[in-house]
Design a protein around this ligand. Sequence first.
Ligand SMILES: Nc1ncnc2c1ncn2[C@@H]1O[C@H](COP(=O)(O)OP(=O)(O)OP(=O)(O)O)[C@@H](O)[C@H]1O
Ligand SMILES: [Mg+2]
Length: 355
Amino acid sequence: MVQEIASQPRKFCFNELRLATRNFRREDLLGMGGFGPVYKGWINESGTPPVKPGTGLAVAVKILNRYGVQGHREWLAEVHFLRNLHHQNLVKLVGYCMEGHQRLIVYEFMARGSLENHLFRSMVLPWCTRIRIALGAAQGLAYLHEEAQKPVIYRDFKASNILLDADYNAKLSDFGLARDGPEGDQTHVSTRVMGTYGYAAPEYVMTGHLTMKSDVYSFGVVLLEILSGRKAMDKSQRMGEHNLVSWAKPYLGDKHHFWRIIDTRLRGKFSKKGALKCTEIASLCLRKNPKLRPQMSEIVEMLMRLPSTSEFRDADDNSKDKHVAGNLYSPTGPNASPSSYTLSNKQKGKRPVRS
Ligand SMILES: Nc1ncnc2c1ncn2[C@@H]1O[C@H](COP(=O)(O)OP(=O)(O)OP(=O)(O)O)[C@@H](O)[C@H]1O
Ligand SMILES: [Mg+2]
């Protein structure tokens, strides 16, 4: 029987989550973030651990191990935002636990893990899947900025915070750094600079002034990662290519050279028009002046108008790529060999700028 997530998040006691994760079994560790480890677990519809382990509703249980005021604040922000925000491109909050000094969060289980795990590993994501993920993530941000009851700035938009379900639907997770957007006459929110190097907008890093357009900049960086299969910061790249944005900027929207950005592992299997348009979108998002960056809803529209959008269904099936064959592009000519690069999983290429 397929079990559904209850509409209201449940308050768990620590022992329930210990049983749900089979005592935080090492084999069920899904990943390790700055907040703490994330384990796979199972619960019944009633919220209690299933009698038979490994049955019921699969969940992801995140344990806070960054004690202190900052850790608690992030835990609280995450629970607060996720319980009030509901959209198909945001991860669902199943529940939380606050018992003594223990702080845990229970999410819906996302079968394919994070976009980061897919983009920079040996398995190659097909073009259509990449665009579908970019679109889903853009819709999630557009909801936060423009559709939620109170606008929300996400502040930590990056590949590791975009999770994928079994069908590669993208959902944003990690609301620990999210902030309410400016209200009334305010143009920005003043904050301590928090986020991740390589993704944070330069004006935010310099001034601490946070706007929706800071998220738009980060979206531009992730879009570049999706197009190129390169990390925002990657010391394993050649000198001068460590910073993805600085390296890619000269090629963005340039119809003769944009292909240099596109992941060589796609072996030319991408829509030429679509790829060029995507580099134009990235260029708009990465504009120095935040006011000149588009709104997320405009980006959603641009992504939806890309060629072959109708082929996005079943995109995880590589064979579906043949549908865009009419637009497939393989660079030719004297400069045709896109620069080669190595991808290293060890180098995460990201450093928190948390202060
Ligand atoms: N709901 C979930 N379903 C499945 N896997 C998840 C889920 N939430 C997190 N994970 C896995 O756990 C990993 C760690 O997640 P977490 O958000 O704690 O850290 P991070 O995003 O890698 O780093 P940071 O702390 O800088 O945000 C993710 O990369 C992902 O692989
Ligand atoms: Mg995260």
